[in-house]
Design a binder for this molecule. Structure first.
Ligand SMILES: NC(=O)c1ccc[n+]([C@@H]2O[C@H](COP(=O)([O-])OP(=O)(O)OC[C@H]3O[C@@H](n4cnc5c(N)ncnc54)[C@H](OP(=O)(O)O)[C@@H]3O)[C@@H](O)[C@H]2O)c1
Length: 233
């Protein structure tokens, strides 16, 4: 049984990952306490990643986390010229700085155990670029760069580092992003080769594979699960 930290576990993809990995010792974080409690974690930390990272860092210390799932993320749909410094800061902090900081905090224990898994939930927008989601795309592309470098650095320590890039997933974030855009749900579906949204459980199954012994050779990779979106139209 591993000690797993999952950020953004209260709903959507993070909740599915927590349910899929419920046979492990789960350490969960998000802002919604009730939603975390019902997942029966070993422990949980209520924290707003936008302004309260010390609470989470202190929570993680001493938990001997050997699997880190950096899942929590936010999205913003805006013209480049309308972005404020605060909006840019918030997204970069939540989507990129905190995943890197948590990897830094969790790595010493993984090195000691000569085994570990770091999985970042990126986005296909970080692979292809998404118009009107430039900061979001930049943060997710940043995760891919971090993954390659950290994967290389930690390869000799039995630690793998990978990023999963979902396409449209049927969650609050996915559906709200479409709502904010100029496209209807039906128009968005027509841009997806499989004409369907990825389900959170599909992402959770990929996470389950990546933490397994069978996946020990997969590191530094960025893996798309996007119903064909990245291939072309
Ligand atoms: N859905 C998609 O189409 C899609 C596509 C590509 C990539 N992704 C990525 O997948 C990951 C999960 O997204 P999702 O679709 O599952 O989103 P979601 O349904 O909106 O859930 C987001 C999770 O992150 C937590 N979170 C958000 N902001 C937070 C903050 N400031 N502080 C603490 N926790 C916060 C939320 O918890 P609380 O609200 O309880 O705090 C929630 O558990 C994200 O990184 C997202 O970018 C999603």
């Amino acid at each position: 049984m591993a000690n797993i930290l999952i950020t953004g576990a209260s709903r959507g993809i993070g909740k599915s990952i927590a349910e899929k990995l419920s046979n492990h010792n789960l350490f969960l974080t998000a802002r919604n306490e009730e939603a975390l409690k019902i997942l029966n974690p070993c422990d949980y930390c209520i924290c707003d990643l936008a302004d309260d990272i010390n609470t989470l860092v202190n929570f993680v210390k001493g938990k001997e986390i050997n699997i880190l799932i950096n899942n929590a993320g936010e999205y913003i749909y805006k013209n480049v010229e309308e972005l404020s410094f605060d909006e840019i800061n918030r997204l970069v902090r939540i989507n990129l700085e905190i995943p890197m900081l948590l990897a830094s905090v969790c790595t010493p224990c993984m090195k000691e155990q000569k085994w570990g898994r770091i999985i970042n939930i990126g986005s296909i927008s970080g692979v292809m670029g998404e118009a009107f989601a430039s900061v979001y795309s930049a943060t997710k592309a940043g995760l891919i760069g971090f993954t390659k470098a950290a994967g290389l650095e930690l390869a000799g320590h039995g630690i793998t580092v990978n990023t999963i890039n979902p396409g449209w997933v049927e969650t609050d974030l996915g559906l709200e992003s479409i709502n904010e855009s100029e496209f209807t749900l039906e128009e968005t579906l027509q841009t997806i080769p499989q004409r369907r949204f990825v389900q959170p459980e599909e992402v959770a199954s990929l996470v389950e594979y990546l933490i397994s012994n069978e996946a020990r050779g997969v590191t530094g990779q960025s893996i798309n699960i996007c119903a064909g979106l990245s291939v072309g139209i």
